[in-house]
Design a protein around this ligand. Structure first.
Ligand code: AMP
Length: 125
């Protein structure tokens, strides 16, 4: 369900195509709720994208429209991936862009996991 005033879900977006297996990805994890894979243009030594399996344009759409089971399943998967990759002790950053001002490029909700070095300021000056 698109958020009011925003375009509907585009089933041809690149992450939808990855979910359908039309485009390859470097998969690190998959379950009923989430797929995780390496970002094609990593911005940190570890840069993983975690996407829900359902057709949600953004965090706004996901948080408003997904079932409680899908929301819980997705965020449990994000935590499990970070833990299983050994990111918890050194630490990591979790980030989701939403909409124009954030620079969201792919209109399928996704969480970035950045890790592998000190990550600096949260938002560049
Ligand atoms: P965002 O700006 O939050 O929408 O982030 C989109 C991310 O998707 C960027 O970091 C891109 O490098 C990444 N990306 C785009 N196409 C692919 C792809 N085919 N496989 C993996 N990552 C991708």
């Amino acid at each position: 369900m698109p958020v009011s005033g925003l375009p509907p879900y585009d089933s041809q977006n690149i992450f939808a195509r990855i979910l359908r297996g039309e485009i390859p990805c470097k998969k690190v994890y998959e379950d009923a709720f989430a797929l995780a894979f390496h970002d094609i243009a990593p911005q940190a030594p570890t840069h993983i994208l975690v996407i829900p399996k359902g057709p949600y344009c953004s965090f706004a759409d996901f948080s408003a429209s997904a079932s409680e089971a899908d929301i819980a399943g997705f965020f449990r998967a994000v935590g499990k991936i970070a833990k299983d990759l050994g990111l918890e002790a050194p630490g990591y950053r979790m980030l989701a862009n939403m909409g124009e001002h954030s620079g969201q490029e792919v209109p399928h909700f996704h969480v970035h996991l950045f890790a592998g070095r000190p990550l600096g300021r949260m938002i560049p000056a």
